[in-house]
Design a protein around this ligand. Structure first.
Ligand code: HEM
Ligand SMILES: *[C@@H]1O[C@H](CO)[C@@H](O)[C@H](O)[C@H]1NC(C)=O
Ligand SMILES: *[C@@H]1O[C@H](CO)[C@@H](O)[C@H](O)[C@H]1NC(C)=O
Ligand SMILES: *[C@@H]1O[C@H](CO)[C@@H](O)[C@H](O)[C@H]1NC(C)=O
Length: 485
């Protein structure tokens, strides 16, 4: 073959590629190359920033190719609401996915679709609601753990690096309290392993699952480039941990006296023999630990950058609670500035910036575009939180934007950090309680300072499903030791 025929071949190939690809009203998007799609543009870049640029260029509905797989990115509140609520019947599935398929075994709520998802979601919501009626039970779990958190920080005021690990352990323990009715010691080896493993998985899942979808052959490569083997290894560790607790609950279950989420779930399953066996083997897996602990971590990081906000939170707590009384959920309405600080953290950090990927159940027309069946749909929540029409000066951390003129908390309708529609987060209430108790109890007891006062740590993060801050150090001073001036 000579050079000309190779060139001719390339031209014909490219021509066919674009001719076949663009016929039918698919949303516009950046130019993609054969086989790789837009991966070259995305490689090494911060996707959220690119998405902001592409939204300006191509509009609120644009397409991105990961390999040959189409992702449709939805931007802005109006479009997102229309897709997830008005057209919720066609946009509420989850994409198929090699790793997740293996991980979930058809179980759970987050990554399943169709009838199985519906049943399990309803069951979970039911159980959470029943537990919530004795709201006490959430509050007790959270407060117990927050007190332990305070103690741990107190013992480690110099070894500040551990902040992230400590937060994950405590938040995981709250979920364990709710689901399994017990907490685990921070020295429990098995618990430590499971928590460390899950946190490592969260890093991989975002990238690995997308790449694996586009290039299924990657799974056959030797080695473990994308961490999938690690993830599956971790799943075994988790299953063992879970199985023990499950067996234990089953053998000690008293139908008239449910102790926790798992008991309630077991009771519901016993009532209903129509659930297939596989689902019975459950499901009620702790989720929402990574999100909640990451939000707390961002809050601390922003408090380092905005010491005036930190002082205002502290002053409010000092005025309303004093320095001794531990915060309770009843205090929420009396601490609007602290509440607003939590909301502002969820906004500016965009903790789950692209929600969890959705998928179209069939070929649909949306806003004049054709979206083929089983396309992945990315819900760009970040596009709402940084929309300057809704939030003025979106890059500034300002809790005041969530307060009205009489100092009460005011949430615009557009503020949906937990998403909306049929897939809306089921843990929102629990998460809000946790964030409030953990954050206010930490601010009540400690002042958080950057290690280097001139250079507080970077505000850029790493994007998986959860957007996490880069590792950072913080100097912690007990409030009782803060020199007043
Ligand atoms: C700050 C904390 C949290 C944030 C920001 C958050 C946010 C989200 C978001 C954006 C989604 C995706 C919704 C969609 O696909 O459109 C989601 C789903 C979900 N969240 Fe959360 N979440 C948090 C905490 C929690 C907690 C504590 C739990 C458990 C008690 C939880 C359980 C779930 C579940 C089960 C789903 C999947 C729902 C479904 O697919 O039907 N989340 N969350
Ligand atoms: C996760 O689990 C494996 C066992 O599969 C264990 O050897 C490893 O140390 C754990 N990873 C982390 C980060 O703790
Ligand atoms: C059992 O499950 C089926 C199928 O999901 C449902 O239609 C039915 O209402 C459930 N029955 C009870 C008693 O919960
Ligand atoms: C501020 O918000 C509170 C609670 O939502 C409301 O009762 C109050 O009327 C609002 N005040 C003003 C001045 O808008």
């Amino acid at each position: 073959m000579d050079v000309t025929s190779i060139l001719v071949f390339c031209v014909v190939f490219l021509f066919c590629y674009y001719a076949l690809r663009t016929p039918s009203n698919i949303p516009m998007g950046p130019v993609s190359v054969p086989l790789l799609g837009n991966i070259p543009q995305l490689a090494g870049k911060i996707p959220l920033l690119l998405f902001r640029k592409w939204r300006k260029q191509y509009g609120d509905v644009f397409s991105v190719y990961m390999g040959s797989q189409l992702l449709v990115v939805l931007n802005g509140y109006k479009i997102i609401k229309e897709a997830l609520v008005t057209r919720g019947n066609v946009f509420s599935d989850r994409p198929h996915n090699f790793i997740l398929d293996k991980m979930k075994d058809g179980e759970g709520v987050i990554f399943t679709s169709g009838a199985s998802w519906k049943k399990q979601r309803k069951l979970s919501l039911n159980c959470l609601q029943k537990l919530g009626f004795s709201r006490n039970s959430f509050e007790v779990c959270i407060a117990d753990e927050a007190k332990i958190l305070i103690k741990l920080i107190e013992q480690n005021t110099d070894a500040a690096l551990k902040m992230k690990d400590i937060l994950i352990m405590c938040v995981s323990n709250v979920i364990c309290g709710i689901v399994f009715g017990r907490r685990f010691s921070h020295e429990d080896k098995q618990f430590l392993e499971v928590v460390a493993n899950m946190s490592e998985d969260a890093k991989y899942i975002g990238h690995a699952s997308i790449l694996m979808n586009c290039f299924p052959f990657l799974q056959y490569l030797p080695g473990d480039i994308l961490g999938t083997k690690t993830i599956l290894e971790h799943k075994k560790v988790f299953d063992k941990f879970f199985e023990d607790l499950y067996e234990n609950h089953q053998s000690t279950l008293d139908v008239n006296c449910p102790r926790d989420f798992m008991d309630l779930y077991l009771i519901e399953m016993k009532k209903n023999s129509t659930l297939p066996n596989k689902e019975k083997k459950l499901t009620a897996r702790p989720t929402g630990t990574e999100t909640t602990s990451t939000t707390l971590l961002w809050a601390v990081l922003y408090l380092l950058h905005y010491p005036d906000v930190q002082e205002k939170c502290f002053d409010e707590i000092q005025t309303v609670l004093g320095l001794k009384r531990f915060p309770s959920l009843d205090d929420r309405s009396h601490l609007p500035y602290c509440e607003a600080t939590i909301l502002e953290t969820l906004r500016i950090a965009a903790v789950v910036p692209l929600a969890v990927p959705h998928a179209s159940t069939r070929d649909v027309y949306f806003k004049g575009f054709r979206i083929p069946k089983e396309s992945s749909i990315l819900i760009n929540l970040d596009s709402i939180f940084h929309d300057s029409d809704i939030f003025r000066d979106p890059r500034v951390f300002s809790p005041e934007r969530f307060l009205n003129s009489s100092g009460q908390v005011m949430k615009p309708n557009e503020f949906i950090p937990f998403s909306c529609g049929r897939r809306v987060c089921i843990g929102e209430k629990v998460a809000q309680m946790e964030l409030f108790i953990f954050l206010t109890s930490m601010i009540q007891k400690f002042q958080f300072l950057p290690v280097d006062p001139c250079h507080p740590p970077n505000l850029e993060g790493n994007l998986g499903i959860v957007y996490t801050p880069k590792c950072f150090q913080v100097q912690i001073v007990r409030r009782q030791d803060v020199k007043s001036n």
